[in-house]
Design a protein around this ligand. Sequence first.
Ligand code: ZN
Length: 127
Amino acid sequence: MERRRLTLTEKLAIMTRQARCPVCGEKLGRLEDCEFDHEIALARGGEDSLTNLRAIHAVPCHLTKTSGTKATTRGSDIHEIAKERRVKADQDDFRRRLLAKSGQAEPADETAPTQRKGKWPKRSFRS
Ligand SMILES: [Zn+2]
């Protein structure tokens, strides 16, 4: 995915806008210790714009935000991306099954009345 290269001015503008790391809440400190992160990851439809960018500590904050901790990826970008992919696959599968079902449902409907079981036991009129 194409992403813009930030100029030094843009980096400093972002850093002065926030001053603190949004992940750990500590002061950002030096530019060299920071990385610029898409608040909404590009893979999740985030914009590649200055408003979607923020400075966070390269280590460990950016690492945690992107890949999760050693113990879990929960809450990290890769976790969310995998989850969204899973949900989408489920939805696609559901849609496919629904379409397949409705395709079969039409011929099945024609035979349905003869197959239907009545509420009342059948009895001939002349008995
Ligand atoms: Zn931090």
